[in-house]
Design a protein around this ligand. Structure first.
Ligand code: GLN
Length: 274
């Protein structure tokens, strides 16, 4: 399922065998290039929520100059990549494919937890045809493609219902105090088409989602989540943030935080015009 040659194997917990651990090590890829519409806030939210649950956190920034190897990947239990304009995607994609991709694929295939927003989500697929017509080869980790077509960009407030595979996951159920939907904000020119055997992360309720047509939003593969939702998405959707933390650490139920303000912001977001 990948264009890449496999390199050294990365040992990450496999499903059902995750050991309970009290330290969250986040690998944050290309923080200076892929940080659109406050996507860095996702890392802040993961960090803050984990700390409030008495979970120690360390963030490893992985960028162009970082020599990624199996020993660094082995430390991580969650990876994050934000969105970016076409120019930023063009700047990092070769390094991503040649120097980072095989480690990431090993990690994700072995059920490592990953969240990829918009521009980075697009790079997990087969290719991204950007607005100027140039083709950026993708990681080929998942069988989909993205093309920036003629016509208006997909911009607006967004709501979608999470896929049953997440809704039925015990790590989600035990940490979900909000409901089945996610809210966010999208701004993308790319339209993504998933191959038939891929599962979307969600179904659009009020959103353009992957391609404005088939009601799919994002992708879900093992513990890899791709989404077009900015927001930052985890700030507006604490149930999703806690799902990722819980899954990454193999802790079924996290301590319940006082989310009253976020819960009302989440609810009001659904009423915003697209
Ligand atoms: N450049 C990509 C697009 O326009 C991704 C944008 C983004 O990350 N918001 O589709």
């Amino acid at each position: 399922m990948t264009n890449l040659n496999k390199s050294e194997k990365v040992a990450v917990p496999t499903k059902g065998s995750q050991k309970s651990s009290k330290k969250l090590n986040i690998g944050w890829f290309y923080p200076h290039f892929l940080n659109l519409y406050g996507d860095r806030g996702n890392v802040e939210i993961l960090k803050e929520r984990a700390l409030r649950c008495d979970i120690e956190v360390e963030v490893f920034e992985i960028s162009l100059e970082t020599t990624l190897d199996a020993s660094l990947m082995n430390k991580l239990n969650l990876v994050f990549m934000g969105g970016g304009p076409d120019l930023s995607q063009q700047k990092i994609y070769k390094d991503f494919l040649d120097k980072k991709g095989s480690f990431l694929v090993d990690f994700l295939e072995a059920n490592g937890v990953g969240l990829f927003i918009c521009g980075s989500y697009q790079l997990l697929g087969n290719y991204y045809k950007s607005a100027d017509g140039s083709i950026l080869e993708g990681l080929g980790f998942l069988d989909f493609y993205t093309e920036a077509r003629e016509g208006p960009r997909s911009i607006g407030n967004a709501v979608a219902t999470l896929h049953e595979d997440i809704l039925s996951d015990i790590y989600f159920q035990k940490n979900n105090t909000i409901g089945d939907e996610i809210v966010g904000f999208e701004n993308h020119g790319g339209r993504t088409y998933l191959s038939g055997d891929l599962t979307p992360l969600a179904t659009t309720t009020k959103a353009f989602g992957n391609n404005s047509r088939d009601t799919t939003e994002g992708v879900l593969y093992k513990n890899t989540l791709g989404t077009y939702f900015h927001g930052p998405v985890l700030a507006r959707n604490p149930h999703l943030a806690d799902f990722l933390i819980a899954k990454a650490l193999g802790i079924e139920e996290l301590a319940k935080l006082d989310d009253s303000v976020i819960v009302s912001a989440h609810a009001r977001s659904k009423e915003l015009a697209r």
